[in-house]
Write a new protein. Structure first.
Length: 116
């Protein structure tokens, strides 16, 4: 008698990355905006700590910062989500292949001849 599908670890190795990938794709835009904000804060703190940002005052009393680094913005961040998407996709596909192999090929070879 065949084991239930839920007893296979390959089912869970397939489902967890697939759900993570679906959630990442569903909320990808919000992660990108949040990542850009976090990076901007870190870049600003680093620039101030290094002392590279200076405030220059012109003759009219207007203050302008100089030495400001190029800050991250959505779509152009230092940490990309692409590698995470690729990793989750590959992990899910490989696990699905192993699940199919386990359920079809291995179970077929375990059946005794004439047991149909």
């Amino acid at each position: 008698m065949a084991q239930p599908l839920t007893d296979s670890p390959w089912l869970w190795f397939t489902l967890f990355p697939a759900v993570g990938l679906a959630m990442l794709l569903a909320t990808g835009g919000k992660f990108g905006q949040r990542q850009a904000n976090i990076e901007r804060q870190g870049q600003a703190r680093a620039a101030v700590a290094e002392g590279s940002v200076e405030i220059a005052e012109d003759g009219t009393g207007r203050k302008t910062p100089t030495g400001v680094p190029k800050y991250s913005h959505p779509g152009d961040t230092q940490v990309k989500l692409g590698p995470l998407v690729i990793t989750l996709g590959v992990l899910s596909l490989v696990s699905l292949g192993m699940l199919i192999r386990e359920r079809v090929i291995v179970n077929r070879s375990e059946d005794p001849p004439g047991a149909e």
